[in-house]
Design a protein around this ligand. Structure first.
Ligand SMILES: C[S@@+](CC[C@H](N)C(=O)[O-])C[C@H]1O[C@@H](n2cnc3c(N)ncnc32)[C@H](O)[C@@H]1O
Length: 280
């Protein structure tokens, strides 16, 4: 059986520039709006396709060094093409942030948007790393998502995935077991509560302040959400279904989102927190 276009998209995390307009790109501007002064160095953790780095380079001519750390080679390649005009002001490194390696300098600014839940349960390591890589007076600006979590640990994107799996024939109550057997930890379990995170941050960094917003996702059709899911979550969830059902799975996620849009006026909404962290 040939691989469908949406499966290829999910495998390569393609189409993120377009998909991220629905949610993640708003974090980029929100975070950069908090930057004061004239930073000379920036490290973006989980830099994706380089959108935050690009915007920061445009906004802050003072930036002499903008470094992105990212796990996905597809995303690094897309970021490298996007950032090529900025020459030696930019460096991109392949990195696994659950086992972060030291860099030979400290940064005025460290950023991380829409990434922390992927580091669960090892988030503490990135806070220890950031504490060791912040220049005196520097700040670590971080966004975290907080979907409501049900008694089985599901919430946010898990709910759309559950709808899709039910459409494909899995009884509602059996969805958590199916995900567990496939090694898929629900995203609402990965996203710790604010209090849990404060306890993880506390030993390494001080919380200088925070902001909060409600991230509301709306779509104009099922196909738009199908592509958002593939570009954002890749094959994380789809691996829980047999290969021949995957195109139908992505389609069903899109249809579930569109049903919610029509019933509620949005697909989802959840609080997002912007943490302003400094050295202790
Ligand atoms: C939702 S995207 C956010 C990208 C970008 N920060 C933004 O706000 O648009 C999550 C990013 O984190 C990266 N990522 C996930 N786990 C990672 C890990 N362990 N190490 C490095 N990068 C990781 C993914 O490859 C992806 O690019």
């Amino acid at each position: 059986m040939s691989t469908s276009a949406v499966e290829i998209q999910a495998r390569t995390l393609a189409g993120y520039a377009d998909a991220s307009r629905l949610r993640q790109v708003q974090d980029r501007d929100w975070v950069l709006d908090q930057v004061t002064g004239a930073p000379e160095s920036l490290i973006d953790l989980g830099s994706g396709i380089g959108q935050l780095l690009q915007e920061a380079l445009e906004r802050f001519p003072s930036l002499r060094r903008a470094v992105g750390l990212e796990r996905s080679e597809h995303r690094i390649a897309e970021a490298a093409a996007r950032l090529q005009p900025y020459g030696e002001r930019v460096a991109l490194h392949r990195a696994d942030l659950t086992v972060p390696e030291p860099l030979p300098f400290r940064a005025d600014l460290i950023t991380q948007t829409s990434v922390l839940h992927w580091l669960y349960p090892d988030e503490e390591r990135i806070f220890a790393w950031a504490a060791a890589h912040l220049a005196p007076g520097g700040r670590f600006l971080l966004t975290t998502y907080h979907p409501a979590r049900d008694e089985r640990g599901l919430g946010g994107e898990d709910e759309l995935v559950r709808d899709a799996l039910v459409t494909l024939g899995t009884p509602y109550d059996e969805v958590p077991g199916l995900l567990e057997r496939a090694g898929v930890l629900p995203i609402a379990t990965r996203t710790r509560t604010v209090d849990e995170l404060a306890a993880v941050v506390g030993p390494h960094l001080a919380v200088a302040g925070h902001l909060e917003r409600d991230a509301v996702v709306t779509v104009d059709g099922a196909a738009q959400y199908e592509h958002f899911h593939a570009a954002t979550f890749g094959d994380y969830y789809s691996r829980a279904v047999p290969a021949q059902q995957r195109p139908a799975f992505f389609r069903a996620v899109g249809e579930s989102a569109w049903r919610r849009q029509q019933e509620r006026g949005h697909v989802s909404h959840m609080p997002v927190r912007l943490w302003q962290l400094t050295s202790r």
